[in-house]
Design a protein around this ligand. Structure first.
Ligand code: E4P
Length: 266
């Protein structure tokens, strides 16, 4: 398993040394509120004031995402995921255009496209956009993925990586009165395991990166997945974990999630 940090907190990434990093607008908003990173916000605001016009606010937000992404790319050796605005999730053309602009902005900062994943919602339109981008050599991370159906469509579109969510599925089940769950019975974990099993059974090369974790039990139950993107708080908890878990989460561990012979087996 390759461990990825799900954060915009640059100091946490320096300390935790993940291979890759994923961000989203919520995480970047949190990071930008950190006084230590005020210079990044200031730089984006100064730039935005210079732009003017009706798209200035959107431009400032884009600039911020790239500025944080560039800092993260300077820390991690692997990939940084940068998200395309959620309001473009149902517009294939706009998503493609925004992704190209993000890549161009990174390239202007000397960061090649091979270091970036464009994070796109796994809507039908988002998956179609990813299909176009992948053909241009722009690798995509398809997020907000909750089902095997979405995962299959992503694989058929030639997507580089999917982020099937765990915690949000758990949240919904708990809200609906389900549980209590353990890592093994967690409905979000079961969803990711089924997607992983289905991919491996078909020989699909799209990377499976479990995301949206709520507790260490979920991470433990998914040790062996291709990648897992985890918040600094849970990475800190994992660092204290005893037993076999640290070995299982090491990139050298060849042990995969057990793939059931029948996909409906838990
Ligand atoms: C990952 O890429 C996602 O942005 C993240 O894990 C979402 O987690 P959440 O369900 O806690 O928002």
């Amino acid at each position: 398993t390759v461990v990825v940090a799900d954060t915009g907190d640059l100091d946490a990434v320096r300390r935790l040394k993940p291979q890759d990093c994923t961000t989203n607008p919520t995480l970047l908003l949190k990071a930008v509120e950190t006084p230590a990173y005020a210079h990044i916000l200031e730089e984006a605001l100064t730039w935005g004031r210079g732009q003017g016009g009706s798209h200035a606010v959107e431009a400032i937000c884009d600039r911020l995402a790239i500025a944080f992404g560039a800092e993260l790319a300077g820390i991690v050796p692997g990939r940084v995921s940068t998200e395309v605005d959620a309001d473009l999730s149902f517009d294939t053309e706009a998503t493609v255009a925004k992704a190209r602009a993000i890549i161009k902005a990174y390239e202007e900062r000397g960061i090649g496209r091979e270091r970036i994943l464009i994070k796109i919602a796994s809507t039908w339109e988002g998956i179609r956009a990813a299909e176009v981008l992948q053909k241009e050599g722009i690798d995509c991370n398809l997020t907000l993925l909750f089902s095997q159906v979405q995962a299959q469509a992503c694989a058929e579109a030639g997507v580089f990586l999917i982020s099937p969510f765990v915690g949000r599925i758990l949240d919904w089940h708990v809200k609906a009165g389900g549980g209590p769950y353990t890592g093994e019975t967690d409905p979000g974990v079961i969803s990711v395991r089924n997607i992983y099993a289905s991919y491996k059974a078909q020989g699909i090369r799209t990377v499976v990166m479990g995301a949206s974790f709520r507790n260490v039990g979920e991470i433990e139950a998914l040790a062996g997945c291709d990648r897992l993107t985890i918040s600094p708080a849970l990475l800190d908890e994992l660092a204290k974990a005893e037993g076999d878990l640290p070995r299982k989460l090491s990139p050298d561990n060849a042990e995969k999630i057990p793939v059931p012979t029948r996909l409906d087996e838990k």
